[in-house]
Write a protein that binds this ligand. Structure first.
Ligand code: ADP
Length: 474
């Protein structure tokens, strides 16, 4: 399945989601702060003004109360204060009749304001109004008390325009500051989103390329955060996938090649037989014998391949049994001895101690047979093979040493690869499939062990099978 990711989805991309989320957050925050702060400032200003006006009204009330003024003197005093506090001041008597008005219009008329009524009851009061012609205005009324009884009222009407102008100015400044904050946040969040989205976009691009078949993809790693770790894991994964794919292709090519060789031989042999009109029975026997050998070879390859496939299965489970390793090896040596004897090879088993452990006997027998059989195959006549069993620093070691033809140094890293043979031509004559060591290694690794090899050309080869002692039961 090929997943094609659309690169033109910018407006729903993570980049835009991050930027818009940050912007939304900052805008909502600023709006909330704005409404709280400006309201608090407005209340503060209005309260200050109220306190101020009440104080002034009380001072005026004290003055009016202290000196009994003539009407003219009172007007003069009121006008002076009115100028000072930039407000209209009215003095009313206890009936609400205006005795003095700094603006004069209401002199000798009766005031009916609630504030005045309240003040006449002895209370000081201040209230804010929105007047049609004057805008926001504050009314303040304070009683003039003489000998514990209300003599009159000082009434102040003061415009709040200045107060609201100030609040408005603060709101304007705040708005400009908010715009700056939104701009800075937008810029920072864009850079942040870019830093987050770019590696994701690059990764997506590489994954798209991978899904189209080019498996070897790499992303550059910057920094050491979660995204860098994701990139590192991706690089490891793609390298592994590419390697597995390469191995798979090589394997398929090798299998085809290995199967084709005996098939071609069979085809050639049977065709030559068919075309020989007067072939005698011996020739037939000869050719059929060769065909039989090639069929055996085909069978062996397929058998080994099936074994490998079985071991490759993820859910493959070893059938562990408590085993005397000495006994297992002894049995093997007995089986293989006739083959060694054919070449007058001295095949010995050296056992320094009795070792018992949990093994999958059939599988381990397979692994050991392949290695010992190889030793016999690749050791010339009158050679010597020594199989030793011992424990070494918590490991159980099975050592198979021969003084045979050896393996060239440059071939050593590949001898456990499937179908690898040092000398392909010679391998055919020895009947090798190139799968034996791969099988042995796989089996030992399934037992949590490892296989090591050391060799010198024309001097001999030594294989070490190292198995963990934790399987051992003493
Ligand atoms: P084969 O079936 O060809 O023996 P293996 O996988 O068992 O395949 O071995 C891979 C190759 O390693 C062999 O073809 C051979 O060249 C080399 N080899 C393995 N064991 C020995 C040994 N004891 N001495 C020399 N060469 C060896």
């Amino acid at each position: 399945m090929v997943i094609i990711l659309n690169p033109n989805t910018k407006f729903i991309s993570i980049r835009w989601k991050l930027v818009s989320t940050y912007l939304l957050l900052i805008i909502v925050t600023l709006l909330l702060i704005n409404s709280f702060i400006t309201e608090a400032i407005r209340m503060n200003y209005v309260d200050e003004k109220k306190m101020n006006l009440l104080t002034q009204a009380n001072i005026i009330a004290d003055r009016v109360m202290a000196y009994k003024y003539e009407a003219d003197e009172l007007d003069h005093l009121i006008k002076k204060y009115s100028k000072e506090i930039k407000s209209r001041i009215l003095i009313a008597d206890k009936t609400g009749m205006v005795m003095s008005d700094s603006y004069e219009f209401l002199k000798n008329s009766r005031l009916k304001h609630i504030e005045l009524q309240e003040a006449l009851k002895g209370k000081s009061i201040a209230k804010e109004y929105l007047l049609k012609d004057y805008g926001k205005t504050m009314y303040v009324a304070v009683p003039i008390i003489v000998n514990n009884s209300v003599y009159g009222v000082v009434f102040i009407s003061s415009s709040l325009t200045d107060v609201y102008k100030n609040v408005q100015q603060i709101k304007k400044n705040y708005f400009l500051l908010s715009l700056l904050c939104i701009g800075i946040t937008g810029f920072i969040s864009f850079i942040f989103a870019h830093v987050i989205a770019t590696p994701i976009e690059k990764l997506t691009d590489r994954i798209t390329k991978m899904s189209k078949g080019s498996l070897e993809q790499k992303v550059e790693i910057a920094g050491n955060d979660e995204l860098a770790n994701l990139g590192k894991s991706f690089n490891v994964m793609s390298a592994k996938l590419a390697q597995v794919d390469k191995q798979r292709k090589e394997f398929v090519a090798n299998v085809s090649h290995e199967l084709r060789t005996p098939l071609s031989a069979i085809k050639l042999l049977s065709e030559s037989l068919l075309h020989q009109e007067k072939a005698n029975i011996d020739t037939y026997r000869d050719f059929l014998g060769d065909i039989d050998t090639e069929v055996d070879r085909l069978n062996k390859i397929i058998e080994n391949l099936l074994r490998l496939v079985e071991l490759d299965k993820e859910k493959f489970k070893l059938d562990y049994q408590i085993t005397y390793v000495n006994y297992l090896i002894k049995k093997l040596i007995t089986t293989l001895k006739p083959l060694a004897d054919k070449k007058d090879i001295d095949l010995q088993f050296i056992q320094s101690e009795k070792i018992q452990m949990k093994l999958d006997q059939i599988k381990m027998q397979q692994a050991l047979t392949n290695i010992i059989y190889n030793a016999i195959k690749y050791t010339p006549e009158y050679g010597k093979i020594q199989v030793s069993l011992y424990t070494e620093s918590n490991e159980i070691v099975i050592k198979i040493e021969d003084n045979g033809i050896g393996i060239p140094e440059e071939s050593l890293p590949y001898i456990f690869d499937r179908f690898y043979r040092v000398d392909k031509a010679r391998a055919r004559s020895t009947g090798g499939t190139g799968l034996g060591l791969a099988l042995s290694k796989q089996i030992v690794e399934l037992h949590q062990g490892k296989v090591e090899v050391a060799s010198q050309l024309n001097r001999g080869t030594v294989f070490f099978i190292r198995l963990p002692n934790n399987l051992e039961i003493r």
